[in-house]
Design a protein around this ligand. Structure first.
Ligand code: BG6
Length: 487
């Protein structure tokens, strides 16, 4: 069903995120009949472009990032009719604001407005102040904040305070695009629609949990941002901790946004604080060096940064987290993420405990449940069965109960942004991060950031195209555990 008519105002509209994700996502929803034709998408950025010029760029973006089979020319033209552009210095209180107010003042006052901030996060406060000063914040307005919210707890608080002066919390939508992924939401379905899993979902049956987001890409064109961020801030503080909350939370009373987020918050609060002096024991940081990728030599991180550059920014993190509550005490949650690794894969591995006693010639392997977030989205349960190739003995062999969602449902997997962008129009915050979650997540990672910036733990190196530094294997081996690919 279509949403109500809206004006979507994007700050940072010439940037990579807008071109790669936001415009294609809005296009898909338009194509699927969910965007009313009177709606507008208003790009703003400092570049002096006309609406026609901006539409040209938007067209290029759609041609590059929408699947060829979905590029219906008529639909693209109709969609581009909704696109407008206002050249604007969002963070300055100057006269360029009239370019935006001219457009918005013509719209009915009760029309839904979404202000999507895809600029540098330290500008969010100033942009909101300017929106307020130009009387652009109406009762039907909401603001969407892209990650990262700050670079540490203090800057996150400053940004949240700055935005909070002009928007109430229930009009602030903090994006974590992992929550918009179909398979991340499928985790909620798997756990709470299938008692067969939930009954086993605790330290009684589970030995340890792994959450991985591995990428094959390096820093591409984003070295400027990435080098000030690193993998801990870029992936762990937000995406991986969010996935962890969904794996570990207690069943909420309903899917009400606050009930669900209360449960997620409790998990973040139950994370065992990491003492600065223990960081080297529970966290590994790495940086890729030159390595072999599909028979070709790929450059190291420092080479990617440019000649003569040095940097101690981590492009890989592995971290052992523990949750201090009745359900999870004693079950390590291993998180890892890195650039230029062997494969692109995001997944959750639930490693069950072994059978207490084996009656077989060789002991069965413990069950493993793998939730494949991407690619090849699906769920797999590794079980032991009788090996038919050995008919004369009860020898075991592992086989998989494997659901591939692509095959099972034969449908296109929508990009995470499609759901999230329209949820902001609907005013549904269930898949967005509440302020207290952002703070709790920062609080958890702060000691690690501090120890690393004081050089209290080694920066390991790993070859491009590998699975990361050896120290990350050792981190698990110390407890008799192993990463998925080593099992
Ligand atoms: C972004 C990070 O939030 O997530 C990027 O800033 C990363 O560095 C990306 O590449 C990964 O997202 P996905 O959806 O490809 O797993």
């Amino acid at each position: 069903t279509p949403v109500d008519v809206f004006d979507y105002v994007v700050f940072g509209a010439t940037g990579d995120l807008t071109m790669r994700k936001l415009l294609p996502a809005l296009f898909y929803r338009f194509r699927d009949g969910q965007v009313p034709a009177e709606s507008r998408i208003i790009g703003t950025a400092r570049s002096k472009l006309s609406t026609e010029e901006y539409r040209g760029r938007a067209r290029d973006a759609l041609t590059s990032f929408v699947r060829p089979q979905d590029q219906d020319g008529g639909q693209i033209d109709a969609f581009l009719d909704l696109v407008h552009y206002a050249s604007l210095n969002g963070a300055e209180a100057d006269s360029t604001w009239s370019n935006l107010t001219d457009l918005l003042d013509h719209a009915p006052a009760d029309r839904i407005r979404v202000y999507y901030l895809a600029t540098a996060p330290n500008l969010y406060g100033a942009i909101c102040e300017n929106l307020h000063n130009h009387s652009l914040v109406t009762d039907a307005s909401r603001v969407v904040l892209e990650k990262p919210i700050g670079v540490d707890l203090d800057t996150a608080n400053a940004i949240n305070d700055g935005v909070g002066r002009f928007f109430p919390e229930n009009h602030i939508f903090r994006i974590d695009h992992y929550l918009g992924k179909e398979t991340v939401q499928a985790l909620i379905a798997l756990r709470f629609a299938n008692p067969v899993f939930e009954r086993l979902w605790s330290s009684d049956a589970i030995d340890y949990v792994q959450i991985t987001a591995a990428e094959t890409v390096g820093v591409e064109g984003r070295a400027g941002y990435y080098d000030t961020s690193g993998a801990l801030r870029d992936m762990i503080q937000n995406h991986l901790l969010q996935v962890l909350t969904l794996v570990a939370m207690e069943p909420p009373g309903s899917l009400d946004a606050d009930l669900l987020r209360n449960e997620k918050l409790k998990v973040l609060h139950a994370l065992k604080p990491i003492a600065r002096e223990n960081v080297a024991q529970v966290a590994v940081r790495g940086q890729y060096v030159r390595g072999d990728v599909n028979g070709q030599t790929a450059p190291g991180y420092l080479e990617d940064l440019g000649e003569g550059k040095t940097s101690s920014t981590e492009t890989y993190v592995a971290l052992k987290a523990e949750i201090q509550n009745w359900r999870w005490a004693g079950v390590p949650f291993y998180l890892r993420s890195g650039k230029r690794l062997r494969d692109k894969v995001s997944e959750v591995v639930i490693q069950f405990k072994s059978a207490p006693w084996s009656i077989f010639p060789a002991a069965p392997r413990a069950n493993r449940l793998i939730i494949r977030i991407q690619p090849n989205e699906g769920v797999m349960l590794a079980v032991s069965t009788k090996d038919p190739a050995k008919p004369d003995s009860l020898t075991l062999r592992e086989a998989d109960i494997d659901i591939s969602f692509g095959k099972a449902f034969a449908t296109r997997y929508p990009d995470a942004y499609e759901r999230l962008l329209l949820d902001a129009v609907r005013g549904d915050p269930v898949l967005f991060i509440r302020r207290d979650e952002v703070e709790a997540a920062w609080r958890f990672v702060m000691p690690v950031l501090e120890a690393w910036s004081a050089d209290q733990a080694p920066l390991e190196s790993y070859p491009a195209g590998s699975w990361g530094p050896k120290a990350a294997q050792d981190l698990l081996a110390a407890s008799g555990h192993a990463w998925h690919e080593d099992q």
